[in-house]
Design a protein around this ligand. Structure first.
Ligand SMILES: [Zn+2]
Length: 497
């Protein structure tokens, strides 16, 4: 009898080894080797095609320079080295989605090599090696029906970038983090939409297991069909357990391609390595070699935007926001951009206090409204200047926190400046007169002997009821925290507090 480690438990006898091959469609306007538009997502099948991407004989491909630039930018962001010479190769294999009968790809001299991506896993930074980033063309799409298949050539020839990692990952969760951080980088660079669910970002994984402590790799399986970050993690966790159980039973892992079946939560064999093709790569005779000048590379490097890790670090150093908030505003680039626009128009003297207030309001109240209205932040009437204005009113104690939320609701919907809303509605300033507030509090204390008794008897939540009474008596014109402070000083701390 053998036992399988229960799911979620770290298996101490075996080590998991994972490497990922990620494909990203590039956001160029035209295809890799012809002038057809890549904006085919909402078009009828076979409407974005020409003799080149249909693979007609006698046509000549032309290299899309923007696609080469995007690939080099990605490689630079992943710390790769860029050779001065590169070329395209023909990868031969017969399949109906391949219009020419071959794919133009890169074989032995890719556009880049030897980089790395740093992931933060369990609080530790770990470098994942990048073997290469190269450029190729996407295939057509096959639509399978009962007894026949249709082919849509719109996708054929779309620039496709492949990012190959070293087998450096040791846990399914680490592979997921790598994918998520890689996606962030692609989106920040503006080279890919990064949408796994739409297939513009795809992931194949190589995974093997070996007895802990052994140097040589075990036999690997290639996993396909993972359409979300969650699928990547689930598929690899399943496959690791499958291989470990097999070895425990005295069996052997077969080198093969396996497909992830999302609905069943399992991987199934698709084809064994014996059926693998010999691609007979050779240099693409219809394309010139690529001579990559150092000046061009230096120019691309100089124009790289700020990358996610740099933004995270800057938010902590420059604005003093929490690591968690910095993370949220980095993962969602638009939220971070909005935050920075609020900071750009803010004239508050204490920059860090303003930054914390801005991120708090943005990530709690504004995000709540975004979700409730199902709108992206790019299309809301509330301008960064309006949010900054709301924070100014709070800083000046012109409005209370409770009033600010109500004003925000209106400004979110209409775009009206908070100070204009305050004016229009005749909202009075909060009671700042200490004497008046104390008078109201004493009255509330006189009228609520039971709550006072409860509080002094140790029921701390009775204080909230009293705060509520005071707020009601002041029609919300008092600041809840100062009311609470005054109540405490008048009643004394509770015995149990
Ligand atoms: Zn075309």
């Amino acid at each position: 009898m053998t036992t399988i480690a229960p799911e979620g438990r770290v298996d101490t006898d075996y080590e998991i080894v994972i490497g990922l091959e990620v494909h990203a469609q590039l956001l160029t306007k035209s295809k890799m080797f012809c002038a057809c538009s890549t904006d085919y997502a909402n078009s009828a099948p076979n409407t974005h095609v020409c003799p080149v991407c249909m693979g007609m004989p006698g046509v000549m491909p032309v290299i899309n320079q923007q696609a080469v630039a995007y690939t080099i930018m990605t490689a630079l962001a992943l710390n790769c080295s860029i050779p001065e010479y590169s070329k395209f190769d023909r990868k031969n294999y017969p399949y109906p989605d391949l219009m020419k009968g071959y794919q133009i790809s890169q074989y032995d001299v890719p556009l880049s090599r030897n980089g790395y991506l740093t992931v933060q896993h369990n609080g530790q930074a770990k470098k994942i090696g990048i073997t290469r980033v190269h450029l190729e063309e996407d295939t057509a799409r096959l639509l399978h029906h009962e007894g026949y298949s249709l082919v849509d050539i719109n996708r054929a020839g779309t620039p496709l970038m492949e990012i190959v990692s070293e087998p450096d990952m040791r846990e399914p969760g680490e592979a997921r983090l790598y994918m998520e951080q890689l996606r962030e980088i692609l989106v920040y660079l503006g080279v890919s939409s990064g949408r796994m669910e739409e297939g513009s970002l795809r992931c194949d994984a190589n995974i093997s297991v070996r007895p802990r402590g052994r140097q040589e790799f075990g036999v690997k399986a290639e996993i396909k069909n993972m359409n979300s970050f969650r699928s990547v993690e689930r598929a690899l966790a399943y496959e690791a357990q499958r291989q470990i159980a097999l070895l425990r039973e005295g069996g052997t892992v077969v080198q093969e391609t396996r497909g992830w079946v999302e609905t069943k939560g399992i991987t199934v064999s698709q084809r064994s390595k014996e059926q693998a093709h010999d691609y007979r790569y050779f240099p693409e005779p219809d394309l010139p070699p690529l001579l990559i000048s150092r000046e061009w590379v230096a120019g691309l490097r100089a124009r790289l935007p700020e990358l996610p890790d740099a933004r995270r670090a800057r938010y902590a150093a420059e604005y003093g926001v929490s690591a968690q908030d910095a993370n949220v505003m980095t993962e969602d680039k638009a939220l971070g951009d909005y935050f920075e626009q609020v900071m750009a128009v803010s004239r508050a003297s204490d920059r860090k206090a303003r930054a914390r207030a801005a991120s708090n309001w943005l990530l709690s109240e504004v995000v709540r409204l975004l979700k409730a209205n199902a709108v992206p932040i790019q299309s809301i009437p509330l301008t960064p200047a309006a949010l900054a204005n709301l924070l100014d009113l709070l800083d000046k104690e012109r409005i209370t926190g409770k009033q600010a939320k109500e004003i925000l609701d209106e400004a979110f919907a209409t775009g009206e400046l908070p100070e204009a809303i305050v004016e229009r509605k005749g909202i009075k300033p909060p009671i700042s007169d200490q004497g008046e507030l104390e008078r109201i509090i004493e009255e509330v204390i006189r009228n609520n002997p039971k709550a006072i008794n409860d509080y002094q008897g140790g029921k701390t939540n009775a204080l909230q009821a009293l705060v509520g009474q005071v707020m009601k008596a002041t029609r919300g014109q008092a600041k809840a925290d100062s009311v609470q402070k005054l109540l405490r000083s008048k009643l004394g701390e509770t015995p149990s507090a």
